[in-house]
Design a protein. Structure first.
Length: 276
């Protein structure tokens, strides 16, 4: 067997080609094109077996069928191919499109549930776990490990339900637990307008790097606690921006976005932790 010479350039070449093929396949997952690809692989496998066994008629038929598919595929799957090229142009070839879409969906579900609770005057407390684990908080609560959906979050906070009391703890992937009881802040300069939920939000963010959304059922307002400081009421767009940031790949890092938010809470929104 002759020796196959391998240049150093061939190594990155192989890895790049393999990565591109992998990313293209990931873009095709869940589409009709992926089902077609499986079918072509099966036909190709049968064709290879036919060649090995020298089944000339079957090999000729499979060869003609595969040749015809080269012309038919761009016509039948024009929408899928266009979508794949669009995603490639957006740069999604280099990151998981499925993860990005899932993160956007989770952020939107959390945003809508908070806004719904605000509009319906339903009290809610959502703690977003970051780098510091909150296992000590939720291990004695009701574990869920469920998908983050608007309907489930609203059902949890709906008055009269068994899980209504306490907080919900989430991470970037799921709802970890409900009916969680948090440590209360020991600050004495808390506004008299803030109740137990706000004190609990301050307490957990004093001890950890978590974020805590609070929905006031009395005033119909959404606030967020960061670093032991409570913001003034947030607009719907501000809530959406914070949720999008949290569920993005930067959610566990102290990015410029959250640094600015922390600074605004501490300096521009002093009403969050004073006696008003």
């Amino acid at each position: 067997m002759p020796f196959i010479s391998l240049r150093w350039q061939d190594i990155p070449d192989i890895f790049i080609v393999a990565f591109v093929i992998y990313r293209v396949l990931m873009l095709l997952v869940g589409t009709r094109a992926m089902q077609l690809l499986r079918g072509l692989l099966i036909i190709g496998f049968i064709g290879a077996i036919a060649n090995i066994l020298e089944l000339r008629t079957l090999s000729w038929i499979i060869g003609k069928v595969l040749g015809a598919f080269i012309i038919v595929i761009p016509i039948l799957f024009q929408p899928e191919l266009r979508h794949m090229l669009e995603e490639l142009g957006k740069g999604h070839l280099w990151r998981s499109d499925t993860e990005n879409k899932s993160a956007d969906i989770r952020a939107e579900h959390l945003t809508k549930s908070l806004i719904y609770c605000k509009n319906q005057r339903i009290g809610a407390l959502c703690v977003l776990q970051r780098n510091t684990s909150l296992k000590e908080v939720w291990r004695t609560a009701i574990p869920l490990k469920s998908d983050i959906t608007e309907e489930l979050l609203i059902s949890i906070f709906w008055p009269g339900t068994p899980l209504h009391d306490g907080a919900v703890v989430l991470d970037q992937e799921s709802i970890l637990a409900a009916s969680c009881y948090l440590p209360l802040t020991e600050k004495a300069d808390i506004s008299r307008w803030y109740g137990t939920r706000h004190r609990a939000a301050l307490g957990v963010t004093e001890m950890t790097d978590a974020y805590a959304f609070v929905v006031s059922e009395e005033r119909g307002e959404i606030t967020i606690a960061v670093g032991g400081v409570l913001s003034k009421p947030l607009t719907d767009n501000q809530v959406r921006s914070i949720c999008n940031h949290y569920f993005s790949f930067e959610g566990k890092k102290e990015s410029n976005f959250m640094s600015r938010l922390r600074e605004e809470i501490q300096h521009k929104w002093p009403g969050g932790n004073t006696n008003e």
